[in-house]
Design a protein around this ligand. Structure first.
Ligand SMILES: [Zn+2]
Length: 457
């Protein structure tokens, strides 16, 4: 059974794959983590998600009657003899995953539970929805699905920076069409708190669990088996610092609902977590330790930001100063603590810093940078000062100055050279731990090298 969306031009469908997936081709967890964090030793490189599960040749029975088809994003099915319950669908453009799951059992799908409104978790819903299938999502799913669809042309272009190998080069003229082909699903039941049901003698509980992948998080709990299907609630590496803000662009996520949700997971006390990326995490103690550390790290950082704000510190100082204590260190392969700090600050206080009245109006600071550069003796003179910062180990200060110089004169060789040096330094310092930081810096390095090819001076 294939829905009409399967006939989408392959290019656009492939593009969808990357549009909302937080976890495609992200950085290698084995690179370790700063400040003494413990990246999973035998864990996956997140880039392993591409092509993941192909060699298995079919869905895996992870527990009696519970099947997982593995791909870039997984799909799960509980077979009961009186109907099947499906949790997450995998990607629309990865039909192998849906085929493998449907090959397990051809009974009716009584319930389809969607963990959240990212395309890698719901875009193949049409393959599982039959007459009478209850399609369950969180009320916020509708909101998230709508704005992600509305912004699809822009998010697609941004994603091309962070996931270049997975994102086909779509001509600008076709970008607008992303909105038209974006898959949507209409849930038949919205769960704002909890919803219990039984199928074939097996008990299920859908629980609203807003978290690090958004306000629309749902998980599926099987109380007798003590199995929790988590979607992206923990992301693709367990445990990891959550993506409280996505650099690729999405609305921010508040820390407190995530902390409350993590407390709820501790109350459930699961023995097996079944995330929709990579394989299950087994073991009560391991799960409890990882959940507790994630919860404590997020709560600690939130409190540090609040205290810092009340101490009158600015957001950049807090980004520099707030560091997790060693006991709470957690891999920063996806989100970064410093970005979380900024996200929390702005989520609570908004963008107005009460610093410059000009912030309130539609004229950017860089609108006058060319004038400042001219007064300072021109772009070469500014680049020379920037080079001093770089030599003295201050690449970000160097970037601020060369950005001004390049605003005045985009092809100034001396400024481009300093920019390249600063970007190289930052890339080296980051040690390619965080995927988004790494990909952004590499993108800018490529752009800068290209500009140097046509530079003047
Ligand atoms: Zn995902």
């Amino acid at each position: 059974m294939r829905n009409a969306e399967r006939t989408l031009p392959a290019l656009l469908a492939l593009a969808l794959a990357c549009l909302a997936c937080d976890a495609t081709e992200t950085d290698d967890a084995r690179h370790g983590t700063p400040a003494g964090g413990d990246a999973p030793k035998e864990g996956h490189a997140t880039r392993d998600l591409v092509g993941y599960g192909e060699e298995l040749g079919g869905a895996v029975e992870i527990h009696p009657g519970i099947w997982q088809a593995r791909g870039t994003a997984n799909a799960q099915m509980v077979v009961t003899g009186e109907g099947n319950v499906v949790f997450d669908t995998g990607l629309l453009n990865q039909p192998r995953v849906q085929d493998e799951l449907l090959a397990v059992d051809d009974g009716p799908v009584t319930h389809l539970v969607l963990s959240h409104a990212h395309a890698d978790h719901y875009s193949a819903a049409g393959d599982f929805i039959q007459d009478g299938t209850e399609v369950i999502a969180h009320p916020e799913f509708l909101h998230n699905q709508r704005y992600l669809k509305e912004l699809a042309p822009t998010l697609m272009a941004r994603n091309a920076i962070f996931f270049p190998e997975d994102t086909p080069a779509i001509p600008g003229v076709l970008m607008g069409a992303m909105k038209l082909v974006y898959p949507t699903v209409e849930p038949t039941r919205l769960v704002v708190d909890r919803h219990e049901f039984s199928v074939g003698g097996r008990r299920f509980e859908v629980i609203a669990l807003p978290g690090a992948e958004g306000s629309d998080g749902l998980v599926l709990w099987m109380p007798e088996e003590r199995i929790l299907f988590t979607g992206d609630f923990f992301g693709h590496i367990f445990p990891m610092w959550p993506n409280l803000v996505t650099i690729r662009g999405e609305r921010p996520r508040f820390p407190k609902p995530y902390v409350d949700s993590l407390d709820l997971v501790l109350e459930l006390d699961p023995e097996i977590l079944v995330p929709s990326h990579f394989e299950p995490i087994v073991g009560k103690d391991r799960i409890r330790e990882g959940v507790t550390r994630t919860r404590d790290a997020v709560a600690w950082v939130e409190q540090a930001v609040i205290d810092g704000i009340n101490d009158g510190k600015d957001v950049h100082a807090l980004m520099r100063e707030i560091r997790l204590p060693d006991r709470l260190a957690i891999p920063e392969v996806h989100g970064k603590v410093s970005w979380g700090v900024r996200s929390i600050y702005e989520a609570y206080l908004g963008w107005f810093r009460l610093r410059s009245s000009a912030e309130l109006y539609g004229v950017a600071p860089w609108a006058v940078h060319a004038e400042v550069v001219e007064m300072a003796g021109g772009p070469d003179a500014v680049a020379e000062r920037a080079a001093r910062h770089l030599e003295q180990g201050r690449p970000v200060e160097a970037l601020h100055l060369v950005d001004m110089a390049l605003e005045a004169s985009p092809r100034t060789r001396s400024a481009l050279e300093v920019r390249l040096g600063a970007l190289d330094r930052l890339l080296e310092a980051g040690d390619e731990v965080n995927h988004y930081e790494t990909m952004w810096l590499k993108h800018r390095i490529r752009e800068t090298r290209k500009a140097l090819g046509t530079a003047s001076g």
